[in-house]
Design a protein around this ligand. Sequence first.
Ligand code: HC3
Length: 396
Amino acid sequence: MSRDAVKFGRMSKKQRAILQAEVQKLLKEQRTEMSGGLQSPESQAEQPSTTTPELPHSIQPSAWSCHSRWDSSCSTRSCSLPRMQLQREPLVLHTSDKAQEEATVRKSYLRDQQHQRESENVRPNVFHNLEPYCSLNFSSCLPPECMVSATELELLMQNVVFAHQETCQFRQENLQILRWETFSPGEMQNFQQKPMDQMWERCVCHITDAIQYIVEFAKRLSGFMELNPNDQIVLLKAGAMELLLIRMSRAFNCYNNTVFFEGKYAHLELFHSLGCSDLISSMFDFSQLLCTLNLSEHEMAFFSAMTLLNPGHPWLQEKHKVDILYRKIHLAFRHLLRRTHREFILMKLPEKEKLSSICQLHQEKLNIFLQMYPSIAWERFPPLYKELFISETETS
Ligand code: HC3
């Protein structure tokens, strides 16, 4: 094994073959389970591989599709379902599975904590030995109605971290293991020769799958479900793509500039046929930038939560509620950073404008695509993607 291989956790050929077989098996099982017997084997083979091996069963799209408006996964091939209306009932979590979910979350938290202690013993455990509230000198930035106790702060930290851990789609360990598995020149060429509309449809489907996890992340953030339905929608519409970009950096190998896509790591050129290399370049650049910060999963969780709960959106009806939530999470984040001696991270996080400019570029490229292939977008893009990014006027 080379030094790099050891450094980046590379495995022997045999171990890798076993792992890949396991991943393939999981993906296959997942696909069968999620297709729910609705599809013919042929249409399943046509589909891009699903990317949902790690979502607990209780929150798999197939399990909550009847209960949520945010359910239009490609994996369930709901692209042909009628478009769902926004502005209705609030998002609902599966209550029957809740106790079980919480037990799973707790177990996974304890396991991850144990794992983290073993692998990251340089970083102190952030959830213990919490200082008494009065010594947290930064509570002054909160208005009196949202003062937090030490216990509340601790619970909030756990909540944000759990929400991320349980909905992050791919475990960091697995992404690390596969990070040197890149597409061969032949495979690259195969992607590059695909017609533009097919490649768009494929990417949009993966993006939609990833966004379903993001919606689940939002739903699990304490306080989000208590916001009024309009505001939940405003935040998700504005934040889904931003969070996808943040999450992309977890699935990005900054040493060879590749991103995890359909089971392997892909160079920027693979996406050539999409016809929007400036957008893809800025997405890759953003991942590169975030990678240099070397954010831990806890920090990634907080950065995502703060990006989502942005109280600055003009369409919010109860801005003050979002503002209070934002401030509490900001406080918990600062506390975490202080514990881990990484306060400088707050200064280094990319500015909001950086994320929003990439999202705007995505929107522009999508609008061009809509003009070129309106019926493809209308008939084949998943309803969730259309709800988030395509307004009524653009498709009619
Ligand atoms: C490759 C990808 C961006 C990255 C997306 C990631 C890896 C992000 C983290 C999620 O947890 C998993 C995930 C799912 C989908 C991945 C995207 C699929 C396509 C996109 C390309 C860069 C192209 C985007 C182009 C366009 C115009 C459709 O937006």
